[in-house]
Write a protein that binds this ligand. Structure first.
Ligand SMILES: Nc1ncnc2c1ncn2[C@@H]1O[C@H](COP(=O)(O)OP(=O)(O)O)[C@@H](O)[C@H]1O
Ligand SMILES: [Mg+2]
Length: 433
């Protein structure tokens, strides 16, 4: 059956079964049609929509909408399978293998809140480390850390594809969508008990842990940073509940794994993170070859690709966003684009604003000093600007972990010299000077 027919049948199904009219705009309809034909995002030609917008904004929104309507995880990869299964009553029978696959998805895998990632490049080492920790070594808690847009969620989504058959249940929750732990527990509890929201959080955690002991579950908590701030705005009780939850999942004996994805490491991890079954990965940009593949797939060609990747340090989202003006305003000429100053798209400014919100004021002040320094600086030189010298090392360590600052190519004797990431330098100059 061709994609258009399938979409029409699906619309009829929604009207009949859900008693609503599904509201797909022409762009969403085109994305669905291409996806049903298994075309990658980069091949989608939709008038007035840039590939980046299709891939980052419109596509994910469409699949979230479909997931909510259908009540199961729908993404670019499985949409054909899901619609085939859904509509099998109304059209010719689907192949048996497909049906089996879908029933697995329906029963035990809930990725409704996960991003849809179909074009994924590289990260072999990271994937093999994560796979080892999550499957072979049965770690109880695994953290994936890094700045916004560096590819944390995409990496973990790819990991899920590789390991999902090793687990009885895979459940992805985004803390951004439901910041209260009680709500998240309610969603997870529907798999193993009737709602018990009257019971205190600690008891509910105990119940969850016994479920995690009887069944092998992979829980993914994305955007953990949403429950960590520098003290303001967030309800302290909520923050405490999450910390305690994480500690209990890490300390109790069970056969499941909680993967948390976050900009910043939760403080509680330092207090129990040395244990063998707790691991964490700090994510840097893509390797050159993989970033090059990403840009090539987005339609960019040399010359200039190498410089572009170097400037953005392989940051996938920054590269995707920069590819738009290169194609639209500079007719694909990367050097012409690079000649100006470093471009920071508004979306990226917004992401960096969010990231900076989680930083301590000392960390921001250190970056401000590095932004105006004409040469790389030693830690001792940076410390001279501040009265509280004791905290400088720790702050530098955190900024380095997030790759907001970098080690210069040269050493001063045997000492490390520090510089700002060029993108961050530009950001700081725009925001703070
Ligand atoms: N390895 C990769 N290959 C291709 N695209 C990637 C890769 N990693 C990230 N991306 C893309 O970069 C963007 C940002 O990635 P995302 O995982 O959302 O970052 P984070 O979760 O760290 O904020 C997304 O559009 C994602 O699809
Ligand atoms: Mg993410």
């Amino acid at each position: 059956m061709d994609a258009k027919e399938l979409i029409q049948l699906f619309k009829d199904w929604v009207k009949r079964e859900k008693e609503i009219e599904i509201d797909l705009d022409p762009c969403e309809e085109a994305i669905l049609e291409y996806s049903l034909k298994d075309e990658p995002y980069k091949q989608m030609k939709i008038p007035s929509y840039a590939p980046g917008t299709i891939m980052i904004i419109k596509g994910p929104k469409l699949f979230k909408k479909l997931s909510e309507i259908i009540g199961t995880d729908v993404n670019k990869k499985n949409c054909r399978l899901v619609l085939d299964e859904l509509l099998k009553e109304t059209k010719e029978p689907v192949r048996e293998a497909n049906t089996k696959h879908l029933s697995e998805i329906n029963l035990h895998i809930n990725l409704r809140e996960a991003p849809d990632v179909s074009d994924f490049y590289g990260r072999e080492k990271e994937l093999s480390d994560l796979q080892k920790w999550v499957v072979t070594e049965s770690c109880r808690v695994v953290g994936v850390l890094g700045i916004n847009g560096i590819g944390k969620s995409a990496l973990v989504r790819e990991l899920v594809e590789k390991v999902k058959n090793d687990f009885d249940y895979v459940i992805w929750k985004s803390i951004e969508y439901s910041p209260s732990l009680a709500e998240i527990l309610t969603d997870i509890e529907c798999y193993f008990s009737s709602s018990s929201s009257e019971i205190a959080i600690d008891r509910r955690t105990t119940n969850l842990i016994s479920f995690l002991t009887d069944h092998r579950c992979l829980l993914i908590f994305d955007q953990w940073e949403c429950v960590m701030t520098n003290g303001e705005s967030l309800d302290n009780e909520q923050k405490y509940q999450y910390e305690r939850f994480l500690r209990r999942i890490g300390e109790s004996a069970h056969k499941s794994c909680l993967v948390f994805i976050s900009i910043k490491k939760p403080g509680v991890i330092d207090r129990f993170g040395h244990r063998r079954n707790i691991q964490q990965l700090s994510l840097c940009g893509l390797e050159y070859q993989d970033a090059k593949t990403l840009l090539t797939e987005l339609g960019l060609v040399n010359p200039g690709i190498e410089q572009l990747i170097e400037i953005y340090k392989g940051h996938p989202l920054a590269l995707i966003l920069a590819s738009e003006p290169i194609k639209n305003i500079h007719n694909g000429q990367i050097y012409e684009f690079l000649e100006g100053t470093i471009y920071i798209p508004d979306v990226m400014m917004g992401l960096l604003d969010k990231l900076f919100f989680y930083l301590k004021s000392l960390e921001i002040q250190i970056m401000q000093k590095l932004a105006i320094a004409t040469e790389p600086l030693l830690i001792s030189q940076i410390a001279q600007f501040f009265p509280s010298k004791g905290e400088i090392g720790q702050a530098i360590g955190h900024l380095w972990q997030l790759r907001l600052i970098e080690q210069a190519d040269i050493l001063a004797g045997d000492k490390i010299l520090w510089v700002l990431n060029p993108l961050i330098k530009k950001y700081i100059k725009r925001r703070y000077n």
